[in-house]
Design a protein around this ligand. Structure first.
Ligand code: G
Ligand code: G
Ligand code: MN
Ligand code: NA
Length: 254
């Protein structure tokens, strides 16, 4: 497979980069965390994650790539915390990464070598990873949670097992999928579903993050619903490390 060879070379030649998207507390507009998002610049051509994450997963290259992202992001976020404010780090995981040998140990090492406290790291997973043959995945995520690492369900509401999922794994956070947030104020059903998810999350004692906020109306409604945190292009776009650097130096709100 040509793409597989290219991915391998890209890893060796360090063609990958990490962008960080701020997540804010909706009550204060303060940046509480950043979500790490992998980027691949193949020469001057940008390859979107949707085109290479699947092949990286199929070939197993997601394991070394994910480990690089984990170590690099922990290191960068620990440095921002040291110079400014105690932000958290959210990382997206693929199933293959979680079940790879030494995954739990690798996370522990990344925390130890960066000095990032376990409680500052949130691992984002999607429902599909936990529905079928997921015993090993759930076991490892539970081990990490016992160490103090937080767990989030990404794209919440889109998988048919959303609610069953909450029983299988002790999670700390749900991230409401943009497909709900997009309809806020425009579509009565989506608005109602969003507020229902916010209430459900809060009743379960979870942090609720709304994703894909693009319009002021959405932000307004989410604040009124009491949604804990928000993320989206209106709040802040994903940015290179130096962007976070200056954000952390100049202001803690966006
Ligand atoms: O931010 P962006 O639209 O580029 O992300 C596209 C998709 O890629 C999202 O579903 C996101 O969760 C996923 N993704 C981004 N970065 C990573 C990563 O470091 N690891 C994994 N497994 N998925 C990622
Ligand atoms: O699946 P996950 O939630 O990890 O996906 C994150 C992706 O969503 C990233 O690729 C990021 O660039 C993208 N994203 C973040 N905020 C917005 C937004 O407001 N609108 C859209 N369309 N995409 C967004
Ligand atoms: Mn995510
Ligand atoms: Na999401």
């Amino acid at each position: 497979l040509e793409l597989a060879a290219d991915l391998q070379r890209a890893l060796i030649e360090q063609q990958f980069a990490i962008e960080y998207q701020p997540v804010v507390d909706l009550a204060t507009s303060r940046v509480t965390a950043v979500e790490a998002l992998v980027r691949w610049w193949r020469g001057s051509v940008f390859v979107p994650p949707e085109s290479f994450l699947g092949p990286a997963e199929d070939t197993g290259l997601i394991v070394p790539l994910g480990e690089w992202i984990l170590r690099e992001a922990c290191r960068e976020v620990a440095a921002w915390r040291a110079s400014s404010w105690d932000i958290g780090l959210s990382l997206n995981l693929s199933a293959r990464q979680i079940t790879a040998p030494r995954f739990v140990e690798t996370v522990e090492e990344a925390l130890a070598e960066s000095g990032l406290p376990a409680s500052a790291l949130t691992l984002e997973v999607i429902e599909e990873m936990l529905v079928e043959d997921a015993e090993e995945t759930i076991k490892r995520l539970s081990e990490l949670r016992a160490l103090g690492v937080r767990l989030a369900i990404d794209d919440f509401g889109t998988g048919y097992a959303s609610l069953a999922f909450l029983r299988q794994l002790p999670v700390d956070m749900i991230k409401i999928d943009p497909s709900f947030v997009s309809g806020l104020g425009r579509d009565d059903t989506l608005t109602l579903l969003t507020s229902t998810i916010v209430r459900l999350g809060h009743d379960l004692g979870l942090i609720v993050v709304a994703e894909g906020i693009e319009r002021p109306e959405q932000l307004d409604l989410l604040k009124r619903m009491g949604c804990t945190r928000g993320q989206g292009f209106l709040v802040a776009r994903p940015m290179a490390a130096r962007g976070v650097d200056s954000l952390m130096r100049t202001s803690l709100t966006v």
